[in-house]
Design a protein around this ligand. Structure first.
Ligand code: G6P
Length: 474
């Protein structure tokens, strides 16, 4: 049987939904974690003639292609061993630490690389199969950096773009990768490469020059097959209108009040929302909070911290260790500073639906976003989007892509614990007029630069990229 084909195809490691099979064999689809899905889900919803190629989140045979909210989803299979080697290994224990300032050491295994090659080829084949003649293909993120090259070999008629949701490392770190040349060549199979910050695009261009000897002119690299490929910055965003609307719903506003009252109506409610990842600076945040409690600045029940830590990559050692450390620290803080009925930290190792998250954002006086390195950080943008009441304050790390746009936030360096503490106190104590002024400006930025605008700009950049695919009129 001939597969159906599409004029617009996206490829990402994960589909927007994950398959979960319960103990009795019953199947359930849940929304996948992470910023990529948050952003791309709203871009793809309701798009005609579009398909999403990705992994369904469980090892073994791929489910049959299916439809979800108007999208055509095409699952790609990963074996148990490939989940270990390609996903947990090369993607998340080699590339992820290198691309995030080596906050934890990176691990190099040739076997993992072999799996990365094999799986990237499989993704390229899956995309080639479902793409119309001359279709536009949008490849996502660090897990699929070889797909543009493999895909071009299979289908030179396609328009191929790639976007990196995470940072692209400085050449000194990227150079550690034994497969650095192949990664650059893989990416240069695309017509256009998008990055979060201009520093990331600059790092890529520098790597292409220094490690591949390629010539660049402004944002354009001349690949060794003589094609010209543009690399530039296009910071990602969220669906402002949809989330703003949700946060205005009476049931969400009611739920926000209920959350505060269930927490004992604290004067200051602080909130952290992260995947449980060492890049997010959760330990630094807890340390700052613990010191503020120890110094008597705050104490429960007047102050409370809710930390949502969404489970992530739980079989990777660095993530396991982090979970133990964080849970140990939360236990210590609660042991010392909680009172009967008022916990100093409410630690929630779970994920919540969007309406519950909107209610939490609306309930929180302070949102603590303290990554040591983050491509963008969509939590920061979600928080300000929910604050239609102009309440709340965003405490935001300088090391996020978001800090480059959200400069009305309370910016800080999370490595500087004293500085972080001072920033938190400053945000708590700021006059309501100052907070409202800042929040108004933050909201304007996200409203005017939402995810739809980002996607349009990406597709325009791809459309007007320097080279035309073979066989299409210029
Ligand atoms: C980040 C990455 C995504 C990834 C997500 C969740 O947002 O940029 O590519 O999907 O984290 O991580 P996971 O490993 O669960 O897919």
């Amino acid at each position: 049987m001939r597969e159906e084909t599409y004029s617009f195809v996206i490829a990402a490691n994960r589909l927007p939904v994950d398959r979960h099979v319960g103990p009795d064999g019953e199947q359930e689809w849940r929304r996948s974690p992470g910023g990529l899905v948050t952003a791309m889900d709203s871009v793809m919803r309701g798009r005609e003639g579009a398909a999403w190629v990705g992994w369904a989140g469980e090892p073994g045979e791929a489910p049959e292609p299916f439809e979800d909210s108007g999208m055509h989803l095409h699952p790609v299979a990963l074996s148990e061993q490939e989940v270990t080697d390609y996903y947990e290994g090369f993607s998340n224990d080699t590339l992820w630490p290198i691309y995030h300032d080596v906050i934890v050491p990176a691990t190099f295994h040739r076997r993992w690389w072999e799996a990365y090659l094999r799986v990237n080829k499989r993704f390229a084949e899956a995309v080639a199969k479902v793409s119309d003649q001359g279709a536009t293909v949008w490849v996502h993120d660090y897990q699929l950096q070889l797909v543009p090259r493999f895909l071009r070999e299979l289908r030179p008629d396609l328009r191929i773009g790639w976007f990196n949701h995470i940072p692209f490392p400085p050449v000194e770190l990227f150079a550690q990768l034994p497969w650095r040349g192949q990664l650059i060549d893989g990416l240069l199979g695309a017509d256009y490469l998008g990055f979060q910050r201009s520093a990331d695009a600059g790092n890529f261009l520098r790597a292409a020059r220094q490690l591949r000897g390629l010539s660049t002119k402004g944002e354009v690299v001349r690949a060794d097959d003589d094609r010209r490929v543009r690399a530039s910055a296009l910071p990602i965003s969220i669906d402002f209108a949809a989330l703003d609307e949700m946060a205005r719903r009476p049931d969400v506003i009611e739920r926000a009040k209920e959350i505060r009252s269930q927490l004992g109506d604290p004067e200051v409610l602080m909130l952290g929302v992260d995947r449980l990842d060492y890049t997010k600076g959760i330990r630094h945040r807890l340390k700052a909070y613990q010191e503020l409690l120890a110094e008597g600045h705050y104490s429960p029940p007047e102050v409370s911290l809710v930390q949502v830590a969404v489970p992530s990559r739980e079989r990777v050692d660095a993530y396991r260790r982090l979970k133990d450390q964080i849970e140990g620290t939360v236990g210590q803080i609660n042991g010392e500073y909680s009172t009967v009925g008022a916990a100093a930290v409410h630690y929630l190792h779970q994920s919540f639906d969007r309406a519950e998250m909107a209610a939490m954002y609306l309930a929180a006086d302070i949102c603590l976003v303290t990554p040591l390195r983050d491509g963008m950080n969509l939590v920061a943008k979600e928080y300000v989007t929910c604050r239609h009441d102009l309440g709340g304050a965003l405490v935001l790390s300088e090391f996020t892509g978001a800090a480059h746009e959200l400069n009305a936030a309370y910016l800080h360096n999370p490595h500087d614990i004293q500085g972080l503490k001072n920033t938190i106190v400053r945000a708590v104590e700021a006059q309501p007029t100052e907070k409202r002024r800042r929040m108004r400006s933050l909201r304007r930025r996200v409203r005017e630069h939402d995810v739809q605008r980002w996607a349009e700009r990406f597709l325009q950049a791809l459309e007007s990229a320097p080279e035309r695919p073979t066989g299409t009129p210029s």
